[in-house]
Design a protein. Structure first.
Length: 474
């Protein structure tokens, strides 16, 4: 370690006593690194202002969790690789519950402070803007189930035979420390150790599995960036199957499915078997499948109240495992998972596209034109509670207008630009922001580029307007 780091003040230079500043200047430390300041404790998301943290970007999470369903405890290590985006004297991670046992930055012990869901790490030496660093947190405890503002449950859900982790919008901080805002995407390696006899499934490609001393360790890798809310873990008794699909990719990819045997029946098995065909169909409409693995996780009814588009491997309770929901969650792989909202205000970009995918399925497979689905959505009063781009509060981000009226916006664009341009837009949007983030403003600007004209009337009435237009033709 360079000695100059040791001399750095722990506070902003502006607050350092003048004599200290003079000493620093004299010792040749008057570079930009002197005034390292703490990274922000939140990214000011319009709905979840404390979510995420400023001052660094995570590029990779290496998570290792051992879970014992009997005690419901995890014993875990998280190693994050990150880049400082400012001179940093300290930085925060989001973590709900659990006990931090130790923390290091670049191998040296770091001071740790907890305040609610904010974990503050103060490295021995400031980090320079642009510096790549590794931080390792050893932690353990019984992870929390988080109740959302809308009353639904997420985070870590113990099941009769294991556990299920789902993180939309804020639940992932219940099982690992991180920068838990959708704008900071990273690659992941997840290593799960469970009692032998149980299976442990996560996102991405299966890397290895070995059993020793009565415990099975399974390693999963996600080489494409993922928002933390899309990380999942499913531990329990599962029947797994590995197939493959091309879905517009050159090499093809593994399709790994896992279903709880008590949730399995002929209908569920037939649906799981359709995943490659559905992904091929979606790739024709949306462009090449964006990830190097695919699949699904189906757990028992009651273990989860909703399906979630966890990356590469969406999670379904048996009760929500039907054709429309499968089409919806698979479509999210392009819209939501690969092209991720810049903030939780842009949620309609997830749900509007995924709902529109259901309308396209009805059009292509069930003789129901999207225009009929549009008119049904128009007639449904629940869709008119608020404009999709402006949910009134955090408890409304998964409400009907975000889904149904979001899809109506897309249908209005289709009507305005025609089918050829519209399908080019579906593919072009997925390509333009592949593996990245995008906002509502990015979308409206892009749609207008494709249209070659202003679409303000659509945005004003359908995306931002209060109340219901007089007619579907407005
Ligand atoms: N985003 C999920 C989907 O559309 C649904 C979802 C996740 C949800 N969390 C929720 C719905 C909380 C209501 C409440 O597939
Ligand atoms: Zn959805």
């Amino acid at each position: 370690m360079e000695p100059r780091h040791v001399l750095r003040p722990r506070r902003p230079a502006a607050r350092a006593a003048p004599v200290v500043a003079v000493l620093l200047l004299l010792s040749g430390c008057g570079d930009a690194g002197v005034d390292g300041t703490p990274g922000a404790a939140g990214l000011r998301d319009p709905y979840f202002p404390k979510l995420g943290n400023g001052g660094y970007d995570v590029t990779h999470y290496d998570l290792a969790l051992a879970y014992d369903p009997k005690t419901r405890r995890i014993d875990a290590t998280a190693e994050l690789t990150a880049t400082a985006t400012q001179d940093l004297s300290a930085f925060n991670l989001d973590l709900a519950g659990l006990t931090v046992r130790a923390a290091t930055v670049d191998g040296a012990p770091a001071a740790v402070r907890r305040a609610g869901k904010e974990l503050t790490l103060r490295p021995r030496a400031d980090l320079d803007k642009g510096e790549v660093f590794r931080t390792r947190i050893v932690y353990s405890g019984v992870p929390e189930t988080v109740t959302d503002p809308d009353g639904s449950e997420e985070g870590w859900l113990p099941t009769a035979d294991g556990a299920l982790a789902v993180g939309e919008p804020t639940g992932s901080m219940a099982w690992f420390p991180g920068n838990h805002h959708p704008s900071d995407k990273a690659t992941y390696t997840v290593t799960l150790t469970v009692p032998a006899g149980l299976k442990a499934v996560s996102n991405g490609r299966p890397v290895s599995e070995r059993t020793a001393d009565g415990r099975t360790t399974t390693v999963w890798n996600s080489p494409e960036p993922m928002a933390s809310y899309l990380a999942t873990v499913a531990i329990g008794t599962f029947r797994t199957h590995t197939g493959s699909v091309r879905a517009g990719t050159s090499a093809g990819l593994p399709v790994v499915t896992a279903i709880d045997p008590s949730a399995a029946d002929a209908e569920a098995d037939a649906l799981l078997a359709r995943i490659p065909e559905l992904l091929d169909w979606q790739a024709e409409n949306f462009g090449p499948y964006p990830f190097s693995a695919a699949g699904a996780i189906v757990d028992r009814p009651g273990d989860l109240g909703y399906a979630l588009e966890t990356q590469t491997r969406p999670v379904f309770p048996r009760t929500a495992f039907d054709t429309a929901t499968l089409v919806h969650e698979l479509a999210h792989q392009w819209y939501g998972d690969s092209v991720t909202p810049e903030s939780w205000r842009d949620m309609w970009l997830n749900e509007g596209f995924a709902t529109y995918a259901e309308w396209l399925y009805a059009e292509d497979f069930e003789d129901t034109p999207a225009q009929d689905s549009f008119e049904d959505a128009f007639a449904d009063e629940a869709n008119w509670a608020f404009p999709p781009a402006e949910p009134p509060s955090a408890e409304n981000i998964s409400d009907a207008p975000v889904y149904g009226r979001g899809a109506m916006v897309l249908h209005k664009v289709r009507r305005a630009v025609g089918d050829d341009a519209f399908f080019a837009l579906l593919r072009g949007w997925a390509a333009k922001h592949r593996h990245a983030n995008a906002s509502t403003a990015d979308f409206t600007a892009y749609a207008e580029t494709v249209a070659g004209e202003s679409l303000d009337e659509i945005w004003d009435v359908w995306l931002y307007g209060d109340g219901k237009p007089r007619s579907p033709e407005d």
